[in-house]
Design a protein around this ligand. Structure first.
Ligand SMILES: Nc1nc2c(ncn2[C@@H]2O[C@H](COP(=O)(O)OP(=O)(O)OP(=O)(O)O)[C@@H](O)[C@H]2O)c(=O)[nH]1
Ligand SMILES: [Mg+2]
Length: 469
């Protein structure tokens, strides 16, 4: 069901997670919020002060339901922009459902998922990017993801998009002035000035798009695959990385069959490790399926740790080297370096073979580490290396880092329009054509911010929210 076109009824929902806890918070928003709550909480003053907390007993007629704290937020100073009341009860699903029933009886209906945030958006308190930021903050799975999401919620991304909107509007206005007053002697900006502004916009759009991969990695976590031949120590490495015995380790080659996943935080980033079956020509059915899963996982991973046993002569299985995706994500770990290295020159040969297989210019392009799961050496360097690109990018980047695919797609549209407009300007084309391109670029930016929207966009954005948000 679409949320658009909704009434201005007063709505309520439990804003805290379902279940028992220290407290639960019930949120009520709409013009009747305070008057209805006051019917249940007779201790509340007739004329409330915004942001002030009151303590008392919430009752159904004369029956006590719970001791509660009630906070009133006046319209214009609340999250939704409307009069809002928050009731903190003891954290019991029985109490919250009793309170909701009382509220319903006084005409307050249960909110749709995301409806509070939707109202915040509709009242102009936040734009669509910030509304999505609310969800990202709630869903963030690591300190770095949280930082990124909070910036989005606080309007960092929106400001950059608004600058783009201003620039495109400015250029468009000048093009339109050229159309409207072409015959009159009105001074408009030169084509060179217009093109300079557009070049600047183009650069910021490209910067935003190019940061998406990093942003997504920060938001969702980095997928890291432990991959290689059987018995090289993949599961032992997984256990070291995650700090406990997550996977079974034995000296029998072919121990791991299914994909074993575990995540950690490192330097505030979420790293999701997947340990897989060793790749070899398997004979039994179960192992065959496991090997196929390992090979399939390469495509999904952000980085692949190709684990090799440094204490043995390494001969690369052709199934490993025939995966074109692997070359771009490859990090080589020579494990078991606590034992004597079989033959240093054979390691060099492996690196050369890998470079050749993946068409890399030289071995220096493929990072490799000598590590030992047994003595726990070299693993910190591997972890630092894994997050290095993300860390450097997020620390050096002044501009916003986007992580939302909707933003990326619309920025892509804007980039195409700006590029076309620039070409038209440079070739001295008619301002009508330039204006047309600028309008579609502008539309894409405004769609990101939610200045242009339809039911489908709203539904897509707000359906992700849970009840009470
Ligand atoms: N000396 C030494 N032995 C290791 C090291 N890492 C793993 N091993 C041993 O190598 C054997 C295989 O280890 P696993 O971690 O099960 O290897 P795997 O790659 O997961 O093997 P599969 O699941 O069969 O593909 C076990 O006997 C481990 O104790 C290491 O760094 N040094
Ligand atoms: Mg294993």
């Amino acid at each position: 069901m679409s949320l658009l076109g909704r009434d201005d009824e007063t709505i309520c929902a439990v804003a805290t997670p379902p279940g028992k806890g220290g407290i639960s918070v019930i949120r009520i928003s709409g013009s009747n919020a305070y008057s209805v709550v006051r019917k249940l909480c007779s201790f509340l003053p007739k004329r409330p002060e915004s942001h002030k907390v009151h303590y008392g007993v919430l009752k159904n007629n004369e029956t006590d339901i719970d001791e509660v704290l009630v906070t009133f937020f006046r319209a214009g100073r609340s999250f939704t922009g409307e009069d809002t009341v928050e009731i903190s009860t003891h954290g019991s699903p029985t109490i919250t459902s009793m309170v909701l029933t009382e509220l319903n009886q006084w005409g307050v209906r249960i909110a749709e998922p995301g409806e509070f945030t939707y109202r915040a958006f509709m009242s102009g308190r936040i734009d669509l990017v910030q509304a999505e930021g609310v969800l990202s903050v709630i869903e963030s799975q690591s300190p770095r993801a949280n930082r990124l999401a909070l910036k989005q919620l606080q309007g960092h991304h929106s400001n950059e998009l608004k600058t783009l909107e201003d620039e495109l509007t400015w250029v468009l206005a000048h093009c339109e002035a050229n159309i409207d007053f072409a015959s009159e002697d009105i001074e408009t900006a030169s084509f060179e000035q217009l093109s300079n502004v557009l070049l600047r916009s183009q650069k910021s759009i490209q910067q935003l798009i190019s940061g998406y991969k990093i942003g997504k990695g920060i938001q969702e976590g980095l997928f890291i695959l432990l991959f290689g031949h059987p018995n090289v120590g993949k599961s032992s490495l997984l256990n070291r990385f995650v700090g406990y015995d997550r996977a079974i380790v034995t000296e029998v080659p072919g121990t791991t069959r299914d994909v074993v996943e575990e995540s950690i935080w490192y330097q505030g980033f979420k790293l999701i490790f997947s340990d897989t079956a060793g790749v070899r020509k398997a004979t039994d059915q179960v192992e065959k399926l496991g090997v196929q899963k390992s090979l399939d996982m390469v495509e999904k991973a952000d980085k692949v740790l190709l684990v090799l046993d440094a204490s043995e002569k390494v001969t690369l299985d052709p199934r490993l080297t025939s995966l074109p995706e692997l070359g771009k994500k490859l990090i080589v770990l020579f494990n078991k370096s606590d034992q004597s290295i079989h033959d240093k020159s054979s390691l060099d040969r492996v690196m050369t073979d890998l470079s050749k297989s993946f068409d890399l210019r030289d071995t220096a392009e493929t990072p490799f580490f000598e590590v030992s799961a047994k003595s726990n050496t070299g693993l910190d360097q591997v972890l630092s290396y894994l997050v290095d690109e993300y860390q450097q990018y997020s620390e050096s980047q002044e501009s916003a880092i986007i992580s939302n695919v909707r933003h990326k797609e619309l920025l892509g549209k804007a980039a195409v329009s700006v590029e076309k407009a620039l070409k038209l300007i440079q070739s001295g084309d008619s301002p009508e054509f330039i204006a047309f391109e600028l309008q579609s670029g502008l539309m894409a930016i405004q769609e990101i911010l939610g200045k242009k929207f339809d039911d489908e966009i709203m539904d897509r954005v707000f359906k992700e929210f849970c009840l009470g948000k």
